[in-house]
Design a protein around this ligand. Structure first.
Ligand SMILES: NC(=O)c1ccc[n+]([C@@H]2O[C@H](COP(=O)([O-])OP(=O)(O)OC[C@H]3O[C@@H](n4cnc5c(N)ncnc54)[C@H](OP(=O)(O)O)[C@@H]3O)[C@@H](O)[C@H]2O)c1
Length: 322
């Protein structure tokens, strides 16, 4: 089968098209013939290793969010048959024609949900709904979402509105700002601000922040929180905070990590998945696809995401041709 891997750390150019035997599923696993792969920022960052030169073991086939059909079922797995359409989280091996996934991180895709929607919802949707619920949003409260045009962000702004937010503010970076702003307005957000405008206080005060950026943007988000406001931090880039500052303004910071949510709250995770399927089937949640590229063009997909220009998710399709 064809697959993409990197043999050295570096930018998107380290991704190379290779060939390898189709893997076999072990106990508790499924072999999935991949139809679409979601390209995500945390995975894109992996090619660069970490500053001390260590990172994932090499060579590495990137993981990701996948949708496809079951090609074979490993020992001990019940409830799946060859040919079933599934969406799954693959921690490695996703950039390939076939991937082995733990059955525990897969789910059947209902009829009526497209591959594109399924690949968005299996993780991006779960993160967006997970952070929203973690914020404890009350009816009528205002919500600010950063990286709002990204794979998670554009779903979070829609879910906030569905959940009864009074005012939804989308915050975006400078790259492709006008395209991002137009797309976000078409999804129903009330206001769009750039990070520069956010830092200047133009978002006003908000009750809830869902922050997928961190750093200076997170500082500006904290300063925008109204008394009793909650900020859910879900990016890898945090800031140092003065707890007494939090106390004085009665602000709360909540951390969210999908691994704990998916692994430690299985029932909530399954319920959220059903909610996401339903909202998508009802047309109340509209995943945006920035671009669909063939597997061979994974390097270009990574460049788009690193360049911060994507509006919605960038997808790879092993079946597509260059
Ligand atoms: N905690 C968790 O479990 C969890 C799970 C999944 C994702 N995440 C985090 O959620 C965030 C969004 O992920 P995603 O999958 O939605 O990404 P994505 O669709 O690939 O979105 C990329 C967008 O994120 C924004 N961004 C913020 N910081 C960036 C940076 N340092 N480099 C490049 N782009 C950056 C950019 O938009 P702007 O320029 O408009 O900001 C960019 O267009 C990421 O920080 C990711 O690590 C966390």
């Amino acid at each position: 089968m064809r697959l993409i891997r990197f043999h050295t750390y570096g930018g998107p150019e380290v991704l190379t098209l290779d060939r390898a035997p189709v893997p076999a599923p072990g106990e508790g696993e499924l072999l999935v013939k991949v139809s679409a792969i979601g390209v995500t920022l945390p995975v894109v960052r992996l090619t660069r290793g970490v500053p001390d030169g260590t990172g994932v073991p090499l060579p590495h086939v990137p993981g990701g969010d996948v949708v496809g059909t079951v090609a074979s079922v490993g020992a001990g797995v019940t409830g799946y048959a060859v040919g079933d359409r599934v969406a799954a989280l693959a921690f490695t091996g996703a950039y390939a024609e076939y991937v082995v996934v733990p059955a525990a991180f897969a789910a059947p895709v209902p009829d009526g949900i497209t591959d594109e929607s399924a690949v968005h919802l299996v993780r991006g949707g779960q993160v967006a709904l997970g952070v929203l619920r973690a914020s404890g949003l009350q009816d009528g409260e205002s919500v600010l979402v950063t990286a709002a045009a990204g794979g998670v962000g554009h779903l979070a702004v829609q879910l906030a509105a569905v959940a009864g937010a009074g005012r939804v503010v989308a915050a975006i970076g400078p790259t492709a700002a006008s395209t991002k702003a137009a797309a976000l307005r078409s999804l129903g957000v009330d206001e769009v601000v750039t990070y520069e405008e956010l830092s200047a206080g133009r978002a006003g005060q908000v009750d809830v922040v869902l922050d997928g950026v961190g750093g200076d943007v997170q500082r500006a988000c904290l300063a925008s929180l109204a008394p009793l406001g909650r900020l859910v931090a879900f990016s890898g880039a945090g800031v140092t905070v003065d707890v007494n500052e939090l106390r004085m303004h009665a602000r709360t910071i909540i951390g969210f990590a999908m691994a704990h949510h998916a692994g430690g709250r299985r029932e909530t995770y399954a319920r959220h998945r059903r909610e996401l399927w339903d909202l998508s089937l009802e047309g109340r949640l509209r995943p945006l696809v920035h671009d669909v590229l063939p597997l061979e063009r994974a390097c270009e997909a990574h460049r788009i995401v690193e360049g911060r220009g994507n509006v919605g998710r960038v997808l790879l399709r092993p079946g597509a041709r260059c």
